[in-house]
Design a protein around this ligand. Sequence first.
Ligand code: ASP
Length: 344
Amino acid sequence: MINRRKFIRASAFTGFASLVGSKLKAAGEPVTVKGQPIVISTWKPNVKANKAAWEILGSGGRALDAVVQGVQVPEADPEDMSVGYGGLPDRDGKVTLDSCVMDEFGQCGSVMAIENIMHPVLVARLVMEKTPHVQLVGAGALQFALSQGFKEENLLTEQSEKAWREWLKKSKYDPMETLHEMDKLIQKQQVPYPWPVPDLNHDTIGMVAMDTNGNLGGACTTSGMAYKMHGRVGDSPIIGAGLFVDNEIGAASSTGVGEEVVKICGSHVVVEAMRHGMSPLEACKEAVRRIVKNNSKNAKDVQVAFLAVNKKGEHGGFSVAPGFNYCVTTKKGTIVIDTKSWFS
Ligand code: ASP
């Protein structure tokens, strides 16, 4: 938590940062700090996604290109039951996907509740690059995707359909309970699943990166909470909630119960906290603190996690409940960090 002394330090830093920012902004350039590239992403299994992102970052490519390439890995993976193909459906049995991107120029695009498109992140990028809008939803998002040459595909795998049909027997929606039910189901059926509970129902990929030019980019993509109401949109495709990038300061993303992240504009809070001098870890903790405060009676039942990187390439993450981890790739290689949490 921030104390008075840190606030004073923060203001001094802010003054400096905005001076640098305004000078460069006047020249119409993104604020760059040349340095070591880095990419971080939510959840351990996404080391594979980091690897794909690093193919671009490690050879001097742009952060946005890297994250868009990286997050396509879980989008196409049928074993990942929380993103893209193979994602758990909503209560009506429909796989609806949410995705967004944001770049170093502060440009962004997103698609929400899009169906039958395996790589919603590519559509989100095209919303940013080819339309005058930043968000397209449902049928309109699909219509746009088809106009851009995307093909419709069935994204509901046998495994996800089986899990949904099992859920239908009780049809009880409670994010934490759903998670435990899924655990039991998966163990009973011995469904191959690459990582342990409690990550099951909260596995969105949020990925943020800094490239060799010091520019930032981010992407976030998910099938959202399993068994949600049809049409429900979480935090992941909402700029400022599931993802935020400010090339002067840093970038952040989130995973977990999206409703709680939206209520505090979570990723924006993290970036703003960094602007005021907090480290990425402290900033993620500050966003978690607000979620805990909003849920004073049941905060332990609301898993949310954030990760962030700043312009110096420092990174951090923090979660409400234990169990969150994130992958970091730099030229030294890839590591997985188990974060600290508000509750133990
Ligand atoms: N944040 C996602 C959502 O609420 C879910 C998750 O991260 O698991 O849709």
